[in-house]
Write a protein that binds this ligand. Structure first.
Ligand code: ANZ
Ligand code: ZN
Length: 803
């Protein structure tokens, strides 16, 4: 057959659509397999060839699973709220709704041309009121359970996007979207208590089949740290007790060396102490300066430490009742631990620098034998206690316990994870289902009144005032309190773009349900997601947020598993031919539409899977793609040799080996080696004078996940009337598998001394090495010189030694 991809691709895409070939049952009747892609933002730019790499992988995987008898769920949808859409809309002066519609149509068109097996009847869009009704509903549950709260703490603010951001939205202290330096701004906002779930988010990772580096990224993000909270009394110059200051430390064993304490400049105690602080102007100026600093600068630390002493204020070290000075400094972060530290300059780098600069006492309290005397730098290693009164000579571990008890301090576990700043001062997001009432405070909109629909407005640019553009829509804002019927005002912030994606995988199970976010029975039958594929850049945002919401829904009894994603795989980036990232800026973007038009969808798909190991970043190569195209052309030419013939043993062996290998490789996401095995088999077949129909059809079946259009065409050409994609995966006939492990007899000087198991793939030298490991053989070789070996592959090895 001549391979006319334009005609074949279109023909089968239309047919699959008309026949609903990939429609999924409501409920699985047998084994189920839920295969999920991270759904895309329909951004303004079209997809480039890197985007679909993961989609091709799930497509290959899901097609095989379907043929293997699984009820497969493989859906797709759009994550369309949030900054990217809004920025694009502002740039192009189109309403986000219109821009999104246009972009989803474009994306979907691109996907359809690649021939994915999505069940489009389940398509979702996070900006559809029927969808976000349930995003709002989940928020009302979080609110009812006290996990959504209002806060006025300073948060990260992007002056360019004109919105508050979550910690997860920062990249190296800058706004992840636009790269601007982020400032601290005090703003009323909604926050989700994700830290309540920190421990479970951590321990839940253990049982997941995820790549270890992604789990590690989550562990680091959650950042568990075990230490203690220690109370210092705060006094004024007249030694009057003012209040307690609690610090978090992981080194309570160094408490005798704590020679001053430091508060974050934003610490609420600073304002409280104002009347007693003698240098308030200086202190106040430093606080202002701190608030202008970017997070990055504060976390990494500036070259020179800065800070101000609170004059007139002292703290008492609880272990020895010594008076120490109290400081504020920006290297102490307001939202970690208690926002205050005990400084131990002898044993902590930052404290050491600070103490040197401000001439504060440095008392060494930990030492090993070599390290006593004046410290050139802090001593951070382990050792025993010195200068610690009755605790001298204690090990760190013993000292920790003893000092904890002596000072009545409590052990404390802290997490780097912050509560999730959940409101944005933007237009293009889900409105909060909250009404503020003067009598009742914030009240959740009852379920019957959901969704709270985002009003259409003229001016959707962010105002920059800290209020969303919705605040200007009076007729929308003013409403009645659902509780007391009095005057109420709607919350005008909107949710972050991560809201809709925190539960979307549940909606696919039941995307048209108007009475529940998902039917219980369907949820139970389909969840968890068996195989989830998406970029590693989501390791600390989407993948933590979704796990959090899922655990919350689990606690309420709305879902039946504690974890949503059993297995996770991440595609490596597709780089441009020049080795750089594909970008408009470099002019090196390859559009899948062009590739598909020129080489066909199947060449594109098979090439993306063949490029190299799935998780590796690999450069695009048109030349290698042409190689793949030739492979498919060779396949297309096989049909003239097909008939009812006897199949030679060697062909049956290679066929069955390939069936086994392709099946295993697809399962393990080692697609490149699967394609390479298919290529080798296709070459063997094209060298044969005749091919039996059964061999040919089995070959087509295992090719079908990669090249669904061509396989379907050839399958139909071989006389079949139902889709190859609904046929069953060929069983491996074990009898034909060439055994890869043998037992061979090993002789020494002609006498069999042992039987040794070896693999057929080993070379003679390797076989000899294996044989020498057997004690029975080693005994006969016994340091004698080996003159030669005679090896009959798979049967016998004779070792000839000098007598
Ligand atoms: C005294 C001390 C002595 C400390 C010593 C360290 C070494 P991890 O392991 O990352 O949790 N710390 C506590 N809260 C802080 C804050 N809000 N901003 C900046 N630093 C803070 O680090 C815990 C240590 O970081 C704590 O233990 C505290 O310094 C500091 F030889 O207390 B340590
Ligand atoms: Zn009210």
């Amino acid at each position: 057959m001549e391979y006319n991809h334009l005609q074949i691709d279109k023909k089968w895409q239309d047919r699959w659509k008309a026949d609903k070939t990939y429609a999924t049952k409501d409920l699985p009747t047998g084994k189920k397999c839920y295969v999920l892609d991270m759904f895309p933002y329909p951004s303004g730019e079209a997809m480039h060839v890197g985007h679909p790499k993961g989609y091709v992988a799930t497509d290959v995987y899901s097609r095989m699973k379907r043929m293997q008898g699984f009820d497969v769920l493989h859906p797709m949808g759009w994550d369309a709220f949030g900054l990217p859409a809004e920025n694009y809309a502002i740039k192009t002066k189109t309403h986000p709704k219109i821009a999104i519609e246009k972009n989803t149509t474009r994306f979907k068109g691109q996907m359809e041309k690649i021939g994915f097996d999505y069940d489009w009847d389940r398509e979702i869009n996070t900006t559809d009121p029927k969808y976000y009704k349930w995003t709002q509903w989940i928020f009302t549950k979080l609110f009812e359970k006290g996990l959504a709260y209002e806060s006025e703490e300073p948060i990260n603010w992007c002056p360019s996007c004109k919105t508050g951001l979550a910690y997860e939205d920062l990249e190296g202290g800058k706004c992840e979207r636009c790269g601007s330096d982020v400032l601290q701004k005090r703003l009323r906002q909604w926050v989700l208590r994700i830290t309540d779930y920190a421990e479970r988010l951590l321990s839940g990772l253990n049982d997941l089949d995820w790549q270890p580096h992604i789990k590690e990224m989550q562990r680091n993000w959650i950042g568990k740290s075990s230490g203690a909270e220690v109370k210092f009394k705060i006094q004024d110059s007249d030694l009057k007790d003012l209040c307690d200051l609690v610090v978090f430390t992981t080194r309570i064993d160094t408490l005798y060396g704590a020679t001053y304490v430091v508060l974050a400049p934003e610490h609420p105690l600073v304002a409280e102490l104002q009347p007693k602080i003698q240098n308030w102007d200086e202190v106040n100026a430093y606080i202002d300066l701190t608030l202008k600093k970017t997070n990055l600068v504060r976390e990494v630390g500036e070259k020179e430490k800065t800070g101000v002493c609170l004059k007139g204020i002292f703290a008492v070290n609880p272990v020895n009742n010594k008076e120490v000075s109290v400081w504020i400094a920006d290297y102490v972060l307001p939202n970690y631990g208690t926002g205050a530290i005990m400084a131990v300059p002898a044993h902590d780098e930052r404290d050491f620098e600070f103490a040197k600069k401000f001439n504060l006492p440095i008392i060494q309290v930990i030492a090993d034998s070599a390290n006593v005397g004046v410290l050139e730098k802090p001593f951070v290693d382990n050792g025993v206690l010195i200068n610690s009164e009755k605790h001298n000579g204690f090990s760190a571990d013993d000292a920790k316990i003893a000092i904890l008890i002596k000072t009545g301090s409590k052990e404390k576990v802290t997490y780097k994870l912050h509560d999730w700043v959940f409101s944005r001062q933007l237009y293009w997001g889900e409105p909060f289902p909250i009404i503020h009432c003067e009598q009742c405070g914030p009240v959740a909109v009852p379920e019957k009144d959901l969704p709270v629909v985002l009003p259409d407005i003229e001016k959707y640019e962010p105002s920059g005032t800290g209020e969303s553009p919705l605040a200007a829509v009076e007729e929308w804002v003013n409403t009645k309190c659902p509780k007391c019927g009095g005057a109420g005002k709607r919350e005008t912030n909107t949710m972050p773009q991560w809201a809709g994606s925190s539960w979307y995988y549940l909606r696919y199970l039941d995307s048209h349900n108007d009475t529940a976010f998902v039917d219980k029975e369907k949820e139970k039958a389909w969840m968890p997601v068996d195989c989830y594929v998406g970029g590693v850049e989501h390791a600390t945002r989407h993948l933590i947020y979704a796990r959090f919401w899922h655990k919350f829904l689990y606690d309420l009894g709305h879902v039946s598993h504690d974890e949503p994603f059993a297995r996770l795989e991440s595609p490596g980036t597709v780089l441009a031919e020049d080795g750089r990232k594909m970008s408009k800026r470099w002019g090196n973007v390859v559009n899948p539409d062009d590739v598909v038009a020129r080489f066909g969808a199947d060449t594109f798909r098979t090439y993306e899977m063949f490029m190299g190991p799935f998780e590796n970043a690999i450069s695009w190569s048109t030349e290698s793609m042409i190689g793949v195209r030739r492979f498919l052309e060779r396949v297309a030419g096989l049909d003239i040799k097909v008939g009812e013939y006897e199949t030679p043993l060697a062909i049956n062996q290679q066929l069955n080996e390939t069936i086994a290998k392709v099946g295993e490789n697809i399962n393990d996401f080692r697609f490149n080696t699967a394609v390479s095995a298919l290529m080798i088999l296709s070459r063997t077949l094209s060298d044969e004078p005749k091919i039996s129909k059964s061999v040919y059809q089995k070959f087509l079946k295992i090719l079908a996940p990669f090249a669904p259009h061509l396989a379907e065409e050839l399958w139909s050409g071989s006389g079949e009337t139902t889709s190859i994609h609904l046929s069953s995966w060929p069983a491996v006939e074990e009898a034909y598998l060439v055994k890869d492990e043998y037992e061979i007899a090993v002789q020494v000087n002609g006498k069999v001394r042992d039987m040794v198991k070896i693999s057929t793939k080993l070379t003679e030298i390797e076989v000899l090495e294996m044989a020498k490991k057997s004690p029975k053989i080693a005994k006969w070789i016994d340091n004698k010189e080996i003159i030669k070996t005679v090896y009959v592959a798979g049967k016998i090895l004779n070792i000839v030694v000098k007598p």
